[in-house]
Design a protein around this ligand. Structure first.
Ligand code: B12
Ligand code: SF4
Length: 450
């Protein structure tokens, strides 16, 4: 039997360790011809244990999931590439297996990762293509015909949404499942793929596709129940924007009620004006935490970022969520095109009107390929054609720099605990491990609300 070892290489624990959901889907596409094993490096802190595991399992293929490229922090940027390189060396030292790369971070910079990690194959986008790749290899067929596959020689990339069967393989008995259950109790769930919006800086439509593809609500609810029955204490819905379809998200909520899901859940939302009672209906189905991708409260900036809402809509969405009794957080992305002291002041003064919430500030907009912001940056000479932007390049507004942004936000925040500045390495999030060890569960940012 062909043996496939799938490794989640993400060991970042900020804001908290994240269950490697993508690998459940990759494992779900590999049928009984394969002996598949998932391991999560969060659970293997000693290199010797991993050495022994690789040797004992003796895989034919090792799939590495590359999620984070770096911590996206403009001030304290930390690249994870050296860790991925060390992992590849460790695999090569202990095995002859062919290495296949995939994951969201890989999908953003496939050619760069192929080169930096000297992998045998890569799959951009949906990892369900792995079964097609392995099939082609087994039959000695041309792997270049499998959409999204890269080899050492083929670096030209075809992005094509996967149209085949999608199946999550969730195993409550897996070591890593138990790790997440014991540490914060959070597991995760996807209800659809794709985002129909086109925010100028955002990679999500490139990773998941620009067209929404929905899972059947009852199927999702059953999957949620499996997580609950396994002992999950909270579910994070990983959709790019859960409310991008009001109809589907309401159907999912209804299915949760019918399936008697009783644990709390949360996810990302766009602060668009919801239909009447939208948040109340989600709250009845167990929604407790709403994380709004607000980015700015200046209409000039929102427009430049091509956000699908105006600042006024944010206040309405915020109020509706609060009225439904939900915990609310807003993410802000500062320093994009058109950002100035005036637009930032408008945002900061606007935030003061958003009562009872937590605010996360990212003080620099990372430039990613395949985005409208990349084209703007190219035109403005902030990146050069063909430049390797795997080492992060942040957009520079001509009217305000990062230091000025940080100073304005910090001064305005004036020590308020619910204003988290930077990529989450703030004092407030450093207490999370302690709380998890004491048995607290879920994202816990609501404790910062004053
Ligand atoms: C939900 C989410 C979060 C949630 C996660 C909550 C939770 N409990 O799950 C929260 C808010 C905590 C979060 C935090 C962060 N996130 Co985040 N997040 C996402 C998001 C929206 C979805 C991820 C997801 O689960 N998708 C669903 C699963 C099924 O998809 P998937 O893992 O990509 O897997 C599929 C494919 O990639 C592929 N695949 C995956 N693995 C493998 C392996 C092989 C071998 C193959 C062949 C294929 C393959 O197949 C899978 C099925 O099709 C993505 C953006 C996006 N739309 O992808 C960003 C994203 C992953 N996050 C990102 C970042 C940067 C972060 C943070 C570092 C931000 C910060 N500074 O705080 C932290 C890191 C947290 C951590 N500990 O790792 C980046 C990573 C890339 C990068 N720029 O470095 C992304 C891509 C967004 C972006 N900016 O581009 N995040
Ligand atoms: S920022 Fe959010 S709403 Fe905009 S394209 Fe990305 S995922 Fe979609």
């Amino acid at each position: 039997m062909i043996k496939v070892l799938l490794i989640s290489a993400n060991t970042l624990r900020i804001p908290y360790p994240v269950y490697p959901l993508g690998l459940d889907y990759v494992a779900g596409c590999l049928d009984s011809r394969y002996q598949t094993k998932i391991i999560d490096l969060n659970d293997y802190s000693h290199p010797e244990t991993l050495d022994a595991l690789i040797r004992d399992f003796a895989p034919d293929f090792v799939g590495i999931s590359i999620r984070n490229i770096d911590n996206t922090d403009v001030i304290n940027c930390r690249s994870f590439l050296p860790e991925y390189q060390a992992l590849v060396s460790q695999i090569r030292k202990n095995s002859q297996a062919r290495i296949i790369l995939g994951g969201s971070g890989f999908t953003i910079f496939p050619a760069e990762f192929m080169m930096a990690l000297d992998a045998d194959y890569g799959i951009v986008g949906e990892g369900e293509r792995m079964s097609q790749l392995l099939d082609a290899l087994e039959k000695n067929a041309d792997v270049n015909k499998v959409p999204g596959v890269l080899t050492k020689d083929k670096t030209e990339i075809v992005y094509e949404p996967y149209g085949g069967m999608i199946r999550r393989h969730f195993d409550p008995e897996n070591r890593h499942t138990r790790f997440y259950l014991a540490y914060g109790g959070m597991l995760n769930l996807q209800t659809k793929r794709g985002c129909p919006y086109q925010c100028s800086y955002c990679t999500y439509p490139h990773i998941e596709g620009g067209k929404m593809r929905f899972y059947e609500p009852r199927e999702i609810a059953r999957s949620a129940r499996d997580l609950q029955d396994a002992g999950a204490k909270y579910i994070f819905i990983t959709d790019s924007a859960f409310n991008a379809s009001y109809d589907h998200s309401l159907d999912v909520a209804q299915a949760f009620i019918e399936e008697r899901l009783s644990i709390p859940w949360g996810g990302f939302f766009a602060p668009t004006v919801p239909p009447a009672d939208y948040f109340k209906r989600l709250a009845e189905a167990g929604l407790t935490h709403v994380e709004f991708g607000t980015e700015s409260l200046s209409d000039v900036v929102l427009n430049n970022l091509r956000k699908p809402f105006a600042s006024q809509n944010v206040f309405v969405a915020h109020r509706e969520a609060l009225d439904a009794g939900l915990h609310v957080a807003h993410y802000f992305l500062l320093g994009g095109p058109g950002e100035s002291k005036e637009t930032l002041q408008t945002t900061l003064t606007g935030i003061d009107q958003l009562e009872k919430a937590v605010f996360f500030f990212f003080c620099g907009v990372r430039i990613y390929p395949h985005t409208a912001l990349y084209d703007v940056a190219l035109k403005e000479g902030q990146v050069a054609e063909g430049e390797n932007i795997l080492p992060p390049v942040f957009y520079r507004s001509s009217e305000i720099n990062v230091k000025e942004i940080m100073t304005m936000v910090e001064t305005h925040a004036n020590g308020r605990l619910n204003w988290i500045i930077g990529a989450g390495e703030a004092k407030a999030t450093r207490i999370l491990p302690k709380l998890y060890r004491r048995g607290f569960t879920g994202p816990l940012w609501e404790y910062l609300i004053q």
